[in-house]
Design a protein around this ligand. Sequence first.
Ligand code: HEC
Ligand code: HEC
Ligand code: HEC
Ligand code: HEC
Ligand code: HEC
Ligand code: HEC
Ligand code: HEC
Ligand code: HEC
Length: 389
Amino acid sequence: MTSPFLSRIAITAACLILLAGLVTVAALEHRRRLRAAEPTPVLTADSARCYRCHDEKTPALSEAWRRGRHAAVGVGCMGCHRAEPADAGAVNHEGQWMIAVPTPARCGTCHPQQLTEFRASRHADASACVATVAEKLGGKPGALAALQRCRRCHGGPEAVEASGRPAAATWPGGGMGRVHLDGSKGNCAACHSRHEFSVAVARSPETCGKCHGGDEHPQLAVYLASRHGARLQAMRGAAALAARPWFPGRINRVAPTCATCHLSATPSRPATHDASARLAWQLRDFQLTRRPEFAEARAAMSEVCRACHSDRWFGTALTRIGDAATEHNRRMTEAAAGGAPATAALAVEKVVAEQRLSGDALYRAILEAAHAGRRDLHRTACAGPGAER
Ligand code: HEC
Ligand code: HEC
Ligand code: HEC
Ligand code: HEC
Ligand code: HEC
Ligand code: HEC
Ligand code: HEC
Ligand code: HEC
């Protein structure tokens, strides 16, 4: 005979098992519905293997890919990661040959125009200035370790372990001017966060701010404190950052972002991947100069402003950049006459030669010396606080 106590336990246990079953079914059904609401990914057999396993191991990663355009147009994992055994950086991963770090040349097989424009910009060569400083400093104590940190924004040569896997010294590392094993330079994923590769992320000022932020290169802070930045923050939804096509005036009626002024389309011109194309001045180093393409660059930037402002308003704002440059040059010439270093490279050398600093303090001092003197200019240039004076 079963005691009433034991049968009560049995009934409770049965109820609990039933409940757990119902919860599981509901959860699975919920997941199935979520999946059904998404477009079905189109996959070749080789990509399907990557996808299936990574959907288990790294579900957020494959979900990001599903959200992006590539899934919808049938560019699967292997569309970017495929490799032949002889390719630089190829590894045999779970029985298939792949490269872990798809290069700009790889993206360029399907996006040749973006690659050509990007290559013409200083972004593609962003590791060159750090390499030059490193060469000058040679074996100075601590200097090379400090310069390695510069590469997180500027990029540098990609390295692999003996196994072929990306080396910890340089990966992960999203520097803009990464030099890949296949010789191609740059980093498309630096603005197009993976695996959505979304245009909305690339158009957001915070994306540029990863590198264009901090005291030394204050473009993000300047932007956020500007009228443009304040408006974007207050009315972000109406800026339609994901819209196709997207240009200021008609579609984005709120405020320009970094991308609007430097890269995206205007009502009269197509978008460009050359971040240098609309720059009239060389706001670099201690003496500022006009770029050779001054007139064309000024005309291109003016088209951006013209979409929202009257000619006199933006014309004056752009002229003030030249005034600020002239004033900056005067101050720097005066300082050089008084014995201060005349170029950023010399300023960096001086910091290292003094040998008073090491570790983080040395890095900070080099950082400051390499980027010094530009804050006010960038404030004027990107229509930030003080631009109206
Ligand atoms: C059977 C499961 C499985 C399959 C199939 C698979 N992966 Fe992975 N992959 C993993 C796991 C697990 C890791 C993490 C390994 C670690 O951290 O040690 C990983 C890591 C990676 C990495 C990071 C690089 C590295 O060296 O850790 C990349 C890139 C990658 N996989 C891409 C792919 C691609 C592309 C495919 C299809 C060719 C693929 N994977 C197929 C399970 C798989
Ligand atoms: C449009 C090109 C593209 C496609 C399609 C693509 N990847 Fe990637 N993947 C990249 C790029 C670019 C990186 C970043 C490499 C870097 O900069 O270090 C990357 C990095 C990775 C990494 C390592 C980074 C991490 O966060 O662990 C894994 C793993 C990976 N991809 C797996 C996959 C899988 C699985 C798929 C298919 C579902 C896929 N990728 C589809 C371009 C692509
Ligand atoms: C095998 C060809 C192929 C490769 C390789 C490839 N793409 Fe694409 N990509 C496409 C196609 C096709 C589209 C969709 C174009 C369209 O919508 O008209 C696309 C769309 C895009 C878009 C627009 C996304 C949007 O939201 O509209 C971006 C950004 C992009 N790719 C970046 C990249 C980057 C970065 C790489 C390298 C890491 C890459 N692609 C590699 C074929 C490719
Ligand atoms: C947080 C990202 C970041 C870090 C870290 C960084 N830089 Fe920069 N650097 C930039 C950006 C962005 C620019 C371009 C904008 C500007 O001039 O303000 C730049 C510009 C420069 C320039 C001028 C470029 C030229 O062609 O003349 C030099 C030189 C330079 N950096 C050297 C260094 C050195 C050396 C370090 C390490 C001590 C370093 N940078 C660390 C982001 C960074
Ligand atoms: C400095 C940031 C940045 C980098 C680096 C970058 N992109 Fe873009 N990309 C953008 C922005 C911003 C847009 C959106 C332009 C617009 O407003 O229409 C874009 C748009 C695109 C599109 C969609 C074009 C269209 O209208 O259909 C493709 C494709 C693309 N990029 C590919 C690439 C490739 C390939 C690379 C590397 C060679 C790359 N991008 C590097 C910022 C960047
Ligand atoms: C991964 C880091 C990184 C990101 C993200 C980045 N940049 Fe840059 N950018 C740099 C570095 C480093 C330089 C300096 C290159 C040099 O001259 O050596 C630079 C230079 C520039 C220049 C000056 C080019 C010239 O010819 O002097 C402009 C303009 C610019 N970036 C705009 C942007 C915009 C707009 C975005 C976002 C859509 C962006 N950047 C995202 C690192 C970055
Ligand atoms: C309202 C348009 C506008 C916005 C928004 C804007 N900029 Fe600029 N930016 C300019 C102009 C104009 C110049 C100076 C062009 C010239 O040389 O005449 C400039 C100059 C620069 C330079 C200096 C290039 C050099 O010569 O060293 C960098 C870097 C830069 N911008 C990056 C950014 C970033 C990053 C953002 C967002 C955080 C941003 N800009 C937002 C218009 C803008
Ligand atoms: C998408 C539209 C749009 C574009 C493109 C645009 N602006 Fe603006 N800008 C505005 C709006 C709106 C204001 C805010 C006016 C106000 O608050 O009174 C503004 C404000 C300004 C200010 C005032 C700053 C202050 O602190 O008072 C300056 C300077 C400026 N813009 C310059 C430019 C320049 C130069 C360009 C082109 C490189 C440009 N803008 C592109 C919409 C735009």
